[in-house]
Design a protein around this ligand. Sequence first.
Ligand code: FDA
Length: 310
Amino acid sequence: MSVMRSVLLATSENRWMRETGPKLWFVKRAARKFMPGEEFADMLRAADELAPSGILTVFTRLGESVTDAGEATAVREHYLEALTQLKARGMHSEPSIKLTQLGLDIDPERCFANLRALAERAHATGNYLWIDMEQSSYVDVTLALTRRVKTEFPRVGVCLQAYLYRTMDDLKALVDQGIGVRLVKGAYKEPASVAFPKKADVDDNFFKLAVVMLEGRGRTNGFRAVFGTHDLNLVTRIQGHAERAGLAARDVEVHMLYGIQRAAQGRLVKEGVRLRVLVAYGAYWFAWYVRRLAERPANVWFVVRSMFAR
Ligand code: FDA
């Protein structure tokens, strides 16, 4: 892992930085590249702007590691209201939530009750609920709660991280259980005892996992395969494999983050790939934003430049 990436990931978890960083105007300005604003209305505007290009959205209200039960309830209420509003507007935007935002660190049962309420509303509004994956210590509990909610509400998917050694086993089980998977490389600082330290090995594992996901697509148990990556080489390899397996272009679904690889997003839609962009908003954006910097340390220059830009 590069020194810069390590420093940035440590910064994202530092309490003082989490409180101070968002107040710095130039950091706020630079963060705009990855998020259209702090309000749900900003997300709706971004979704409306993307829709004419054939790009749908996933949305997430930023925040994590909530330690106050009232805050977790407020997060649940926000998503419930968002799902209702989207249905009323006829918009096809899917929520993606973090379990630590729904109170996982306070009480897993309370977190499950919040999760269940969201899955129920997603089901009632014809939507789909995505569950993010956080640090490796949360994987077991995240998968357990996902499986539990899926027994009642089928339209749920969870994120898996290609950097973890365990992911192939987790993936095979989820394919069998018909739980949707959004495969990503992984955004946290993890030790070599649980995750591939080398990027080349992560990329390699991503492709191997993608092959299993494309095979799983043929099942009729509700399994949904999504590739959450901006790595265009990987996307091309996955498209090639899908074609050789006799799948249509539309059988490949890719999710990217708002503001990254915009030109490629348009090209992929023209090629027939199903594409969604994850739009993040909310006041607690700092840790999330710094993880975006860590993915591409050259992004730090945007922060520096935004100090001088008018
Ligand atoms: P990689 O890092 O190899 O980047 C490939 C290329 O994409 C780079 O060369 C660059 O051109 C571009 N790029 C990538 N990141 C960039 C950035 N920040 N700024 C500018 N350009 C960039 N992680 C996690 O642990 N849990 C989760 O729940 C999720 N959820 C999630 C949802 C979606 C829709 C996406 C796209 C990603 C996530 N992630 C995530 C983040 C993921 O784990 C990973 O950190 C990033 O996607 C970066 O990895 P790439 O696959 O893009 O490849």
